[in-house]
Design a protein around this ligand. Structure first.
Ligand code: SF4
Ligand code: SF4
Length: 87
């Protein structure tokens, strides 16, 4: 994970915002999570991962923690969702 993405993840958790956590080297760039996200919060990165795929990344806002990206992803280790504890 790049320093910027690591900082983004850390700050999202600190302020307790729901967000997907995408493990870039497990992603095969199939776009199912992108199509499945009703908040349009995920996109494909222009960089390639270790497998040679453009991988999915979180745009950094608008995730509501619904989990649809997790349930649509065919790769068991590619995506997790951090769900805010806020009511
Ligand atoms: S949890 Fe829901 S809103 Fe958040 S990125 Fe995944 S599909 Fe989109
Ligand atoms: S659904 Fe999974 S494998 Fe497909 S682009 Fe999204 S994170 Fe990557």
């Amino acid at each position: 994970m790049s320093e910027n993405k690591s900082l983004l993840k850390t700050s999202l958790e600190k302020i307790n915002l729901s967000h997907p956590v995408i493990h870039k080297n497990e992603c095969k760039g199939c776009k199912r999570c992108i199509i499945g996200c009703k908040k349009n919060a995920i996109e494909l990165c222009s960089e390639l991962n270790n497998l040679g795929y453009n991988y999915a990344i979180y745009k950094g806002e608008d995730c509501n923690g619904c989990g649809d990206c997790y349930y649509t992803c065919p790769e068991p280790l590619a995506i997790e969702v951090y769900v805010s504890k806020r009511k």
